[in-house]
Design a protein around this ligand. Structure first.
Ligand code: DX5
Ligand code: ZN
Length: 226
């Protein structure tokens, strides 16, 4: 993975057919996805439950791009090795998930992955000001995590602030929640480069009829370019 700030669309397989992840991943990549976003939820840090390391490991051979694993779990540290073994390229932990985000980011890199740090809507940009040299990605949540299809919460001021704080560091700003062709231009003009989108990518399509995935991805990309 080489670093650049071009806009990348990362469909969230939270909106895929849960009985058909392999073919869903192949379909979104064939339709233009830049990364594949994998939402891990534990029914503790967030009020929803998805899947864990064995499932993520089973997704791995289907992902030809970048497997971007978003942990909505607490604690994080005991699971880091399992996600490295599962083949995550990027592993993102929430700053709210425990008292030791600094240690967590160090441990993610030590396990051979890129390290991401996520911020809930109620958490200020400054919460990551002392870990920016340990992070490869900052994920700004634009919904409260736990579910797809929620209404976008405007975090434009936080994104601008993070973009200033990051400066020349090779750190992506990822936006997660409620991204669609209407909200994408707002977040990209504020400084984001990775756009996670679940419902706005998967709506109207299926493994049997994947062309709408491509049209949806193209629409978000075109809107983001302005
Ligand atoms: C929310 C997840 C998101 C979610 C986005 O907790 O982290 O990745 O799937 O879904 P949409 O794009 O539908 O808001
Ligand atoms: Zn996510």
């Amino acid at each position: 993975m080489t670093f650049d700030r071009s806009v990348k669309i990362a469909p969230s397989i939270l909106s895929a057919d849960f009985a058909d992840f392999g073919r869903e991943i192949q379909a979104i990549e064939a339709q233009g996805a830049d990364w594949v976003h994998v939402d891990v939820m534990d029914n503790h840090f967030v009020p929803n439950l998805t899947f864990g390391p064995p499932a993520v490991k089973a997704f791995r051979p289907h992902v030809k791009t970048v497997m971007d694993v978003h942990l909505m779990i607490a604690p994080v540290d005991p699971s880091i090795e399992a996600y490295a073994d599962a083949g995550a390229d990027i592993l993102t932990a929430h700053v709210e998930a425990g008292p030791h985000i600094h240690r967590t980011l160090q441990a993610i890199r030590a396990a051979g992955m890129k390290a991401g740090v996520a911020l809930n809507p109620g958490t200020p940009a400054e919460a990551v000001s002392h870990v920016l040299d340990l992070a490869d990605l900052v994920c700004v949540m634009t919904v409260n995590p736990g579910f797809g299809g929620q209404k976008f919460v405007d975090m434009t001021a936080k994104i601008r602030r993070l973009r200033e704080m990051i400066g020349d560091r090779p750190v992506h700003i990822e936006i997660d929640g409620g991204v669609d062709p209407t909200t994408a231009p707002l977040v990209v003009s504020a400084g984001a480069d990775v756009l996670v989108a679940g419902s706005a990518v998967f709506r109207g399509g299926s493994v049997a009829d994947p062309a709408p995935y491509g049209a949806n991805i193209a629409a978000i990309r075109a809107a983001a370019r302005g």
